[in-house]
Design a protein around this ligand. Sequence first.
Ligand code: ATP
Length: 358
Amino acid sequence: MVAAGTALIELVGVNKSFGDTRVLTDIAFAIRSNEFLTLLGPSGCGKTTTLRILAGFERPDSGDVRFEGASLLDVPSYKRRVNTVFQRYALFPHLDVFENVAFGLRLRKTPEKEVRKRVDNALRTVDLDGYGKRWVDQMSGGQMQRVAIARAIVNEPEVLLLDEPLGALDLKKRKEMQIELKDMQKHLGITFVYVTHDQEEALTMSDTIIVMREGVIQQIGSPTDVYNEPRNAFVADFIGESNILPGRMEQDYAIVFAGHAFPCVDVRRADPDVDVVIRPEDITLAAPTESGLNGRVASVVFKGVHYEMRIESDGFEWTVHSTDRADEGAAVGLSFDPEDIHVMDRSAHSPGAHGPTA
Ligand code: ATP
């Protein structure tokens, strides 16, 4: 969490409904200056609505949005020091690249010399030097996205709000633009609030990730935090592939799941029924042992860098990623280190809530 006093923007207890549908419940988080913060979650979880509240396009039903400590609720969107880049770039087809970028400055009757300087700077920043005279329909998707970003940064906002800005690009272009955007953010020193449903994109680019589900924040943390220490089964499942099993913990540093007892690094919590998450890359396959956790290889798929193997063990199918291949049908033993066993409170949506107990 961001320490009090260092926040550029704060959302405090924000609630929002559309008609009878509650879309955001008690949303609270802080954004630091120069931070790359990502709102991550499945479609419909309220990411865009949160962004629109920040931009001033929507008003919360209750709660507050503060910029440097002062409420923004009565500040109209055009007066906020934020700019938005949408997935659909909404460029003007009848204007060339230069005039698309200059549009906001022209509206504000900025002197011509200043317009030239700022547009040229913005185009240079997005690597479109010399493209000013091009028509936007002669540009590729990636280039159009850069024009849209140039159009936003030309206004020198303190905060850039980006709503799935790479959504229309193919995978390769997306990956390139992720790196470019991150570089751009560092070099411009602008705070980015980024919306995506793509966990890999969030992990690659962000300083802080906010995982949302059905209008409720599930976890706020750095990419390594949310990946390595997911707060619940939803986060674990959404951020990368996971093995999630019901477990039981009756004492410190020991846990029972999959019919076996394992040493772990956690202390017991109020409810002994917990969920256990083990990442596929943290599991080692070896020869089966008499007392260990054993299974049979159900399938093997080569994924480019590693093999993805499904291991059937006592009714549970483990996913294992390894650069070493085990043969389909082989009997194997599964092992993992105590620190790779992530213990979480059991949530209403976790497999343990419905599945068999340990
Ligand atoms: P996506 O990734 O699909 O854009 P999201 O996480 O950004 O999803 P929102 O766009 O914030 O989600 O929508 C949250 C919920 O609010 C959805 O169920 C959506 O249908 C609903 N919603 C959003 N805007 C309105 C509106 N103006 N009127 C009624 N319902 C709305």
